[in-house]
Design a binder for this molecule. Structure first.
Ligand code: C2E
Ligand code: CA
Ligand code: CA
Ligand code: CA
Length: 282
């Protein structure tokens, strides 16, 4: 079932959980052809005034037996099996098509769509062609698309990744480093990449204290990250913003944009469109 020239030892102790994982991983191509994946969209807002500037596309699987599955349940499996390449192409096509609808319906509002890219996708020889093809098929200007790459995806063997990223950046696509701070990237190295934005992982934000002030130690780390990023000419986006106190701290630190439940949880394309019609998230 896994394809030719492969074998696996039968392990009678392998738990039911492993079996389910395995079944999930191999079911991805069929699920794609059956249209079981959907994209939700989470608003990204500018700061200091929270105006909607775009949406991050986040994939979900409407599994006929298991119900709605979040990406953490199947993205790592899709990466291991290589199915992420086909799934990632589908995500890109869908997100670009949706961004094109927003482009048509809100001509005077620049709405970005941001798409997560796995390391495996970036290393695929067809990656640049896939992205440019998705933009072309949707009729979407390249400056409406942002790609989110993890630190590990752009670290290590960077020569081919760098060539791909340079080509996309030259075409007008925006590039962001996702979950910044959770990896071990060298900021000097990031500064040399054609990257535009650092998305600070939510674990660096001050912990949520309902009604209370933010934590000075966390604020210092965020402040240092923001000033370093700015000195390298990079924008900073804060992830996982949940409270007004966190936004206030980010405003003081000149953070460029934010995303989080405070401004809107991931929602259907229709709900995202409604939000866009109002523009101001809070
Ligand atoms: P991510 O890129 O860091 O995406 C943000 C995740 O944080 C989303 O979870 C979102 O629902 C959650 N989140 C947003 N705001 C808040 C907040 O204020 N508080 C808290 N506690 N959480 C918040 P989700 O949708 O479950 O996605 C999980 C991860 O799955 C993503 O993390 C991303 O790494 C991956 N992923 C999602 N869609 C795709 C995709 O199309 N391709 C690839 N390669 N990875 C994807
Ligand atoms: Ca992301
Ligand atoms: Ca992230
Ligand atoms: Ca994250």
């Amino acid at each position: 079932a896994l394809g030719r020239a492969r074998w696996e030892r039968y392990d009678p102790d392998r738990g039911a959980e492993e079996a389910t994982k395995h079944e999930l991983a191999t079911a991805i191509p069929l699920a794609l052809s059956r249209g079981e994946f959907v994209l939700d969209y989470q608003p990204m807002v500018t700061l200091p005034d929270p105006v909607v500037s775009g949406f991050e596309a986040l994939v979900r699987w409407r599994h006929p037996q298991l119900g709605l599955l979040g990406p953490d349940r199947f993205i790592p499996l899709a990466e291991q099996t290589g199915h992420i390449v086909a799934l990632g192409r589908w995500v890109l096509e869908q997100a670009c098509a949706q961004a094109r609808r927003w482009y048509d319906d809100f001509r005077d509002v620049p709405v970005m769509v941001s798409v997560n890219v796995a390391a495996t996708q970036l290393r695929e020889a067809s990656f640049v062609a896939d992205v440019l093809g998705a933009l072309h098929d949707a009729g979407l200007p390249a400056d409406r698309l942002q790609l989110e790459l993890t630190e590990s995806a752009v670290a290590g063997d960077t020569s081919c990744a760098l060539a791909a990223l340079s080509e996309l950046a030259a075409a007008g696509v925006s590039l962001a480093i996702d979950d910044f701070g959770t990896g071990y990237s060298n900021l000097a190295h990031l500064g040399r990449l054609p990257v535009h934005t650092l998305k600070i992982d939510r674990s660096f934000l001050s912990p949520v204290r309902p009604g209370g002030p933010t934590d000075p130690a966390h604020d210092k780390i965020v402040a240092a990250t923001i000033s370093l990023a700015h000195s390298l000419g990079l924008d900073v986006a804060a992830e996982g913003v949940e409270t007004p106190a966190q936004v206030e701290a980010l405003r003081v630190l000149h953070c460029d944009s934010a995303q989080g439940f405070l401004f809107g949880a991931p929602a259907s394309a229709d709900d995202a469109t409604t939000l866009l019609a109002h523009r101001i998230a809070t």
